[in-house]
Design a protein around this ligand. Structure first.
Ligand SMILES: [Zn+2]
Length: 133
C-alpha cells in the first residue's frame, strides 16, 4: 500500500513470514518481502540456503572429486586451525548457548512425541515369559 507522508511516498507491506505490516527499504521496496525482525530475517536466510542447496545439489561434490588425498589434507588443515584457535569455538558456543538450548529442548520434545506416537501405534507384545518358555 502506498501513501504520502510529508510529501514523500511511503510504502507498506505485510511480511510474508509474520504477516506484520512493515515499511520496506527505500532502495528495493518491490523486492523486500520480509520485515527486519531478526527472527523473520533468520527464517528468510534459512529458506534461501535451503533453496540454494536444492538448486545446486552437486556443488559440494567438487570436494569429493578432488580425491582422498586432498580431503585428508583439508582435514589436517582444519584440525590445525582449531588447535591454534581454541577460543574461537568456545566464544561461538557461549554466544549461541541460549539459542542452542532452546533448539535442543524443542528437538527433544518433538523426539519424545514421535516415540510416544510410535509406541501407541505398535502391536501389543506378548509378555517376556511367553517368549522365553
Ligand atoms: Zn516478519
Amino acid at each position: 500500500m502506498l501513501y504520502l507522508v510529508a510529501g514523500l511516498i511511503v510504502m507498506e507491506k505485510n511480511c510474508v513470514i509474520c504477516n506484520k505490516i512493515f515499511t520496506p527499504t527505500k532502495y528495493r521496496p518491490q523486492a523486500q518481502e520480509v520485515c527486519s525482525d531478526p527472527v523473520c530475517q533468520h527464517k528468510r536466510q534459512l529458506e534461501n540456503m535451503k533453496r540454494w542447496r536444492r538448486n545446486n545439489p552437486h556443488y559440494f561434490r567438487q570436494d569429493e572429486i578432488r580425491g582422498v588425498y586432498w580431503r585428508e589434507l583439508y582435514r589436517r588443515r582444519i584440525r590445525r586451525w582449531r588447535k591454534e584457535h581454541p577460543e574461537y569455538f568456545k566464544k561461538y558456543r557461549d554466544r549461541y548457548k541460549a539459542q542452542h538450548r532452546e533448539y535442543m529442548r524443542e528437538y527433544m520434545r518433538r523426539y519424545r512425541n514421535v516415540k510416544k506416537r510410535m509406541l501407541q501405534q505398535a502391536e501389543p507384545q506378548p509378555p517376556i515369559s511367553d517368549i522365553l518358555s
